[in-house]
Ligand binder design. Sequence first.
Ligand code: TPP
Length: 190
Amino acid sequence: MNRQQAIRAISSWLTDELVVSCNGLISRELASAHDRPGNFYMLGSMGLASSIALGVSKASQKKVVAIEGDGNLLMNLNTLATIATEKPGGFTHIVLDNNVYESTGGQGTRSSIGLDGMAKAAGYMYVARASDVGGLIAALDGVKGKSPAFVLAKIDTGGSAQPRVPLPPQVIRDRFSKEAGGLHERDSSI
Ligand SMILES: Cc1ncc(C[n+]2csc(CCOP(=O)(O)OP(=O)(O)O)c2C)c(N)n1
């Protein structure tokens, strides 16, 4: 399974969830395969997709999905402890693990320690691992309301390289906020 196949499988599983995806090739692939107002593409900093998703989950009634790479999760491992402790409802955390920082040239990460084991130790209510498309769909179907849920998709490197997300950050923010029920308005009134 490569990134494109994994993103397509995730896209076919999605219903009306809000999705926060990490920077780099993962957001490019999602924007290419399944762009929708309910997607928030983190264009800049690494490590923040799941933390942003947690904040969104606390401010919205909708279910939330975070999609990030192994390098992104390793940059902010605290997020596992925070999400498991906060216990958001309807929260699914998906990691596409290719064991490298592919977006910047394929430097190796240290994901072989087992990110799913870390999520389990942190206290996620559901943890599954998949390495092919059928397994990924089964892992996602297994979430069934268990939250927070963690799905580790082992993916191969390579596959298509999509163009940059063709939307300005303000457009991504504003349409996502509207879809989420006004996160932006709520934040700016604090
Ligand atoms: C704080 C920060 N450090 C470094 C970068 C450069 N950078 C962008 S994407 C990326 C690799 C992301 O790796 P991973 O999450 O494993 O996803 P993959 O690229 O393999 O799909 C790096 C190092 C960045 N954008 N922000």
